[in-house]
Design a protein around this ligand. Structure first.
Ligand code: NAD
Length: 353
């Protein structure tokens, strides 16, 4: 079996669903603390799938992690668990240090102890894959080349600094202890099951609710967007064929200013769900004060992953974004559940311990 951490979150949840969609895939132990961002309704379709074992717990809980590794004879760990929202990291960085830095450290230590005691063949084939972000590289000017794996780390927010620290720990555990690690640094993801505090789901849901569509500053911050299923396929590819100790950038070659992303969503919604008063959803766009230290541009050069492991994204932004908007229209129960608090009550009943 494999251990997935943070598998009730946005990307982890998509990863678990995609992995288990293959009927011959091995099982997953899914360790998630169920913070505000963890959502078990994402995994509802797996309720009867005995290959999915959900455990509510913290990656920083060394004893718990070690016991799970032993109990399920784990052969690989994929670490998604993190505090992931930049705005929240500005207002309260403590949780980011605790989970992303201290939590990753405790996780690595439990994995190291377990891995050290494995018999030789299992020791050789064991993998620890750490999922990280392009934000560790800092910000680019409009003319800079995209981030490659050799760019230096220059994190600017508490979130990216905490992720950078975790990447360094993972690297050090490879160089110092020989732990068989892999790291992926990915650009902005979008797609189903995205917590509605992030730009794309926020814009879709606010538009439908007739609320303002907030744009930070001039809206010209450029991000490279990747459909979440493509991120999942990249992680699977790196897990099966990545070179130990290496990092792989994952991106979609889809650089877009935030304002263009919002206008694209508005025009898709104008076609799919026209407003009764005949105006465009774009009339709801509202400019708000920019986030402090807001990075201007991220762009990812994913050539290494393509050249060495043959990975390419299946979606472009133009194909992935209409699918995403349609998904939120078809799955309003999912978001309403999170926003109304009924989800929290359900979890408390199911997993109170
Ligand atoms: P998310 O916030 O949607 O999910 C994080 C999950 O981790 C949640 O289910 C949460 O309950 C869980 N979690 C938090 N703290 C935990 C702890 N201490 N122990 C166990 N579980 C804990 O995040 P996401 O967007 O799915 O991101 C997943 C990973 O991918 C993160 O490491 C993030 O840095 C990285 N990443 C995200 C993006 C993106 O665009 N979302 C891009 C690149 C990399």
């Amino acid at each position: 079996m494999i251990l997935v951490t943070g598998g009730a979150g946005f990307i982890g949840g998509n990863f678990v669903l995609d992995w288990l969609a293959n009927p011959t895939a091995e099982g997953i132990v899914n360790l998630d603390k169920l913070t505000y961002a963890g959502n078990l309704t994402t995994l509802k379709s797996l309720e009867k799938d005995t290959r999915h074992v959900f455990v509510q717990g913290d990656i920083g809980d060394y004893e718990l992690v070690l016991s799970l590794l032993k109990k399920y004879s784990i052969r690989a760990v994929v670490n998604f668990a993190a505090e992931s929202h930049v705005d929240r990291s500005i207002h309260g960085p403590g949780d980011f240090i605790q989970t992303n830095v201290v939590g990753t450290f405790n996780l690595l230590e439990a994995v190291r102890v377990y891995w050290t005691e494995l018999p030789e063949p299992q020791k050789q084939s064991f993998r620890f894959l750490h999922v990280s972000t392009d934000e560790v590289y800092g910000s680019l000017s409009p003319t800079d080349p995209a981030f490659s794996e050799t760019n230096s780390y220059q994190p600017n927010s508490p979130y990216s600094a905490s992720k950078a620290a975790s990447d360094h720990l993972v690297r050090a555990w490879h160089h110092t202890y020989g732990l068989p690690v892999l790291t992926t640094n990915c650009s902005n993801n979008y797609g189903p099951y995205h917590f509605p505090e992030k730009l794309i789901p926020l814009v879709i849901l606010n538009a439908l609710a007739g609320k303002p569509l907030p744009i930070y500053g001039d809206g010209q911050q450029i991000r490279d967007w990747l459909y979440v299923k493509d991120h999942c396929s990249a992680i699977r590819r790196v897990l099966e064929a990545g070179k130990l100790g290496e990092t792989y950038n994952v991106g979609g070659w889809n650089e877009k200013p935030n304002l263009d992303v919002v206008h694209t969503i508005c025009s898709i919604l104008d076609g799919l769900r026209p407003k009764t008063d005949g105006t465009s959803y774009a009339t709801q766009i509202t400019y708000v004060k920019d986030r402090p230290g807001h990075d201007r541009r991220y762009a990812i050069d994913a050539t290494k992953l393509e050249r060495e492991l043959g990975w390419r994204p299946a979606e472009t932004f133009e194909t992935g974004i209409p699918k995403t908007v349609q998904w939120y229209l078809d799955n309003q129960e999912w978001t309403e559940g999170i926003l109304s608090g009924s989800y929290r009550e359900w979890v408390q009943k199911q997993y109170s311990r």
